[in-house]
Design a protein around this ligand. Structure first.
Ligand code: ADP
Length: 476
């Protein structure tokens, strides 16, 4: 017998006793009333036996009814209790259905409603949790949550990728994941000051360093609880562009300052009397002319890059041109450079080749590539231009046997303002870092693509591929 059954039995016994006494009293009073009215009633003993038998009988019926009600109500209570236990555990509870006249009907309906409301809430919360999880998992920003015990509670894939971590599901000390001293210091400062902090951090990682904007947020919760959220934004690209622009401004100002200083200096010297010495006059004027050309090149490059960037394919003037003639015109313009660097340029493009192109843009491309082949070369080096074709495409190949470009620098030379440092041993060739970006932009405008093959110390080859039938983008 379990405790519930024992309790039921106790209650039934108590009820039986009370009921028996009550019934006995009632029967006694009834009997007295009857005796008063009917003097010819049977003997006293018979009356008492009858009284006792009726009492027993009525009490027995009452006890049976009471027991059955008690059992019914206990069954209902058990069902409700079981359901509430299931709700508490978050399990899916079955609905309890009772007839409307059942005394437990209202209570059961309320419990049913609570259970459906609860299930609805759990469903909503689970959905919200899943949504939040999907967002955090797909964020390009690294999110790392550290609890007040300094353990990692959550690290999203972006963090795992940025910090090159192993995936660990269980909470663990954050110092196992974060090795960078400056990032650790930032997190500790947030724990100590209970305030947000942020700074730019350079992450040493393979294969290349990353620049991260780290924001560490102190997130206060209820009941004196708190956590620290580390947000990591990868700003490497923006930082690199910014650095390149800063470099360009400093390069460009240096490039501008040098010829301007020379021009104004020599002009002043001439005006102060040197013009009367014919030798000095010639020498200084030659310097002024050379420096002016440098200035012109720099301004032309800056104008070209902004023009090619905003060029609309519709505004191109596509005509049929002789490739060999077009190239030769540009080579002729570079004559002084060839003499200065003692580099020979050979035009091997067959005379009969005709291409559909914008002659002005292709001319600029050839000029920049040949000029680089001359400048980044050694005395008695050479630059060659050749032509190849397939059914749908034609190729212009500009090759030199100059100083070459290191493999790791090759993808970077097409970025604006990028210049390979110390590109000529003992001498730094002046430039703007805009020549190849202009080539890349112009080739793209003409619907083509450019490839570079180069070996340090041996030379470089630029292969330009264009569709025979001109169209705005390379779709072949
Ligand atoms: P600039 O020549 O004005 O510096 P470019 O964009 O034309 O700018 O070239 C970028 C860098 O690429 C140069 O600084 C140079 O180091 C390297 N480079 C370009 N062409 C050649 C080449 N033919 N041979 C070797 N290095 C080259």
């Amino acid at each position: 017998m379990n405790s519930i059954q024992k309790r039921m039995l106790n209650r039934t016994l108590r009820f039986s006793l009370t009921s028996f006494v009550g019934n006995l009293l009632m029967a006694f009073l009834v009997l007295k009333a009857v005796q008063k009215g009917q003097h010819s009633f049977s003997t006293q003993e018979i009356n008492y036996i009858l009284l006792f038998a009726i009492t027993i009988f009525v009490t027995a019926i009452e006890v049976v009814v009471y027991w059955s009600n008690l059992r019914q109500s206990q069954l209902r209570q058990d069902a409700l209790n079981e359901k509430l236990q299931e709700v508490l555990k978050g399990e899916k509870a079955s609905q309890i259905l009772l007839p409307k006249d059942d005394p437990f009907y209202e209570l059961t309906m309320t419990v049913n409603k609570i259970e459906s409301h609860d299930r609805h809430q759990i469903h909503n919360l689970t959905n919200q949790g899943n949504e939040l999880k999907a967002i955090v998992n797909n964020l390009p920003v690294g999110v790392l949550v550290i609890n007040r015990h300094r353990e990692v509670q959550l690290a999203n894939p972006a963090t795992i990728d940025l910090l090159q971590l192993q995936i660990q599901k269980d909470p663990h000390p954050y110092t196992l994941d974060i090795k960078q001293d400056d990032l650790r210091a930032l997190i500790e400062r947030t724990f100590e000051t209970k305030r947000d902090h942020h700074r730019t951090i350079h992450l040493k990682r393979e294969p290349s360093e990353k620049v991260i904007e780290a924001t560490v947020v102190y997130n206060k919760q209820v009941h004196h609880r708190y956590e620290v959220i580390v947000l990591l934004y990868d700003i490497t690209e923006a930082w690199t562009v910014e650095q390149m622009q800063l470099n360009f401004v400093s390069n460009a100002s240096h490039e501008l300052r040098t010829p301007i200083t020379a021009i104004s200096g020599f002009a002043e010297t001439l005006m102060n009397g040197a013009k009367n010495d014919p030798d000095k006059l010639d020498e200084f004027l030659a310097i002024i002319q050379k420096e002016s050309r440098k200035l012109v090149r720099l301004t032309e490059d800056i104008l070209s890059i902004s023009r090619t960037q905003s060029d609309d394919p519709q505004s191109l003037e596509i005509t049929e041109s002789s490739l060999a003639d077009l190239a030769q015109e540009e080579i002729n313009l570079l004559h002084s450079g060839m003499q200065l660097h003692q580099v020979e340029v050979v035009n091997d493009i067959p005379k009969n080749v005709k291409v559909q192109t914008d002659a002005q843009q292709l001319g600029q491309i050839i000029k920049n590539l040949v000029a680089n082949g001359i400048r980044y070369n050694r005395p008695s080096g050479h630059v060659s231009l050749s032509y190849q074709e397939t059914t749908n495409r034609w190729q212009l190949i500009v090759s030199d046997n100059g100083i070459g470009i290191a493999t790791e620098e090759q993808p970077k030379v097409f970025e604006r303002f990028y210049r390979v440092s110390a590109n000529k041993p003992g001498e730094l060739v002046s430039g703007t870092g805009l020549g190849l970006p202009i080539v890349a932009e112009s080739v793209k405008n003409l619907g083509g693509e450019v490839r570079l093959k180069s070996e340090l110390g041996k030379g470089s080859t630029f292969i330009l591929t264009f569709p025979k039938q001109w169209r705005p983008s390379a779709e072949y």
